[in-house]
Design a protein around this ligand. Structure first.
Ligand code: MD3
Ligand code: FE
Length: 213
């Protein structure tokens, strides 16, 4: 099943109450975003985090901003320091902050103030299993996600794991804002298909902007 888009305003498509799809919203900024991601990951390299239970995630991750999302055998949390280097995460580039706030405004969340950006890298076969994002303090703040590079199919579920999921294809430059009643919905990403993109090569990069602290 593909998501039925049931409302539209100003180029924003309402996916579900609280969740807005802004097709191509990041297209113009994409080259600058990808260049910034290269310098962030030079300082805070991509890593496959270990999760409780001992498995390693197939998504490679890094972070920028005041807080970064980290996983290890003990659990999941936001931390001001990169556990690899013991140093603070690279700062949120101004272009990231501007884009995230503008997308939140366009989706009706004018007070969004991101302090964390999780950077995910998918290669052929990489997937993200169904989960909720609930390590943040304040669920009244939305999450803004930016898709770059290879396309992916996003899974959008309900407020319980066993509810049916819809499939949403996401392309380079697409931005989705998840807030209000959509904030705690289950979601995931299907295994990435192999391909090449002029800006990102053989990968898909996803930025998720959050208010963590
Ligand atoms: C729906 N990332 O990093 S972004 C994640 O494409 C994550 O890398 C996916 O899920 C990715 O946690 C999906 C879209 C997203 C992010 C947060 C959400 C969808 C969401 C929070 C609530 C509901
Ligand atoms: Fe998530």
């Amino acid at each position: 099943m593909t998501l039925d888009l049931f409302a539209e305003s100003d180029g924003a498509e309402l996916l579900a109450p609280g969740a807005w799809l802004l097709r191509g919203f990041a297209l113009v900024d994409a080259p600058v975003l990808v260049a910034a991601i290269e310098s962030i990951t030079a300082a805070a390299p991509w890593r496959h985090m270990e999760i409780p239970g001992g498995l390693r995630m197939s998504v490679a991750m890094s972070n920028c901003g005041d807080y970064g999302w980290v996983a290890d055998r003990r659990g999941y949390r936001y931390d001001r320091l990169d556990p690899h280097s013991g140093q603070p995460w690279p700062p949120l580039p101004a272009v990231f902050d501007r884009l995230a706030r503008a997308a939140a405004v366009a989706a009706g969340y004018p007070d969004f103030a991101p302090d964390a950006c999780l950077i995910n890298c998918y290669r052929a076969g990489t997937r993200l299993s169904l989960h909720q994002d609930r390590d943040e303090r304040d669920f009244s703040q939305p999450i803004v996600s930016v898709s770059l590079g290879l396309p992916a199919v996003f899974l959008f579920g309900g407020n319980r794991r066993d509810e049916q999921t819809a499939r949403l294809p996401l392309q380079h430059g697409d931005v989705v804002v998840w807030g209000g009643p959509a904030r705690l919905r289950y979601h995931g990403v299907l295994p990435l298909k192999p391909g090449r993109h002029p800006l990102t090569g053989d990968c898909r990069i996803n930025l998720t902007f959050r208010r963590a602290g």
